[in-house]
Design a protein around this ligand. Sequence first.
Ligand code: ARG
Length: 451
Amino acid sequence: DETVVRRDRFAGGPARSFLSSLADDERIFAADLAVDRAHVVMLAEQGIVDEATVGEILAALDEVEAAGHGDLSDGEDVHEAIESAVIDRVGPEGGKMHTARSRNDEVAACIRYRLREDVLDLLSTLVGAREQLLAVASDHDETVMPGYTHLQPAQPTTVAHWVLSYEQALQRDTGRLLDAYERINQSPLGAAAFAGTPFEVNRERTAELLGFDSVAENSMDASATRDFLVETISAVAALATTLSSLAEDVIVMASKDHVELDDDYSSTSSIMPQKKNPDTLELVRGRTGDATAGLNGLLTNLKGQPRAYNRDLQRAGRHAWDAIDSVTDSVEVAAGAVATADWPAETLEAAAGEGFATATGVADLLAMAGVPFRTAHEVVAEAAAGLDADEDAPDYEALSAVAEDVLGDPLSQFVEREAVERALDPTESVAMRDSRGGPAPAAVAEQVSDA
Ligand code: ARG
């Protein structure tokens, strides 16, 4: 029979193991069984292969499944190995399984089928992570902390506002994955090698049996394209980049005792007994490299491949699997580290007042009283310049003196002393900024409920 002939022709030789993807294909073992089942059921329904033979093939596939991927021995990939295992059980008639298809449409279907599962897994991990971050936001809407630009004290904000900034980025990461999912979930089956088939296949039916939403139309495109991998791993790399910023923030906070990580998410030093290091978050940051490497590897693999199928494609999937596994784990660990951390309110509030971080609020106050903002900025900048090295912020008297200097009138002419003192207080400074999306507790509550 043809299979035996083919096996003889390609048995052995120094390139045998180089050609083989059988080990890597463990990832798509279950997918291949599903694809085989859908295909042979369709063949029976269409009267292309008789029902009795298809029944035997399905029974053999059950046995192959029970024996597991590790039991496969023959073949240069999982598709060939499963076919051989079926033929071993059914006899030559088992070879009818491969009627009206090619490994090209088969492997493309397997990758899409498995990737769909992995993306769903990542999405549910992401949703769980976002719920954890939202819980932190609800608990810490009044935990004032310093906000930074250029890593320098900028304006006071809250832990809730900070954590929501990541939750919202993760919303978009979720959206990008859902968009990609739509285009993953199309069936290439029935494309055969690339040029279609003379058999009366029912492509809609195999798509339906495998839960694909639609059929990838053009058979050359269907067997050749891996752009759904590019799109998915781009989204994964973007997600990893979001996580790496979150991780970096927490690492910096931990270095200043602005956060205390739970022991479960910390590591110690083998020599320095006093150390408690944020290693989990450093690995989250480090895994961004896995994701961008995956995207790069994938794009490099695919670049310039001619239509329709080339064996290079056998090396495309691994980039995607590595990236998605690595980032799925990162989502869980990053969210867990944040959810279980302790935010020391007093330390954070004191830090929020450092470096005259309330300056913008004082300028805003003057501007609200009618002083042009640029002039108000000048008044406060001058007060900032006059601060002693050990002073965090000017007091009312110092501000008033500068105001008189610049504006020609004492500060009381513009704003009440009490209002200025409020603006100089980090907590009040946060409460003032209740614009949509801002850090004031009411604005944060809106963001939490929207999320
Ligand atoms: N194992 C291959 C892959 O993963 C599929 C085999 C198609 N081989 C071929 N020579 N057309 O891409």
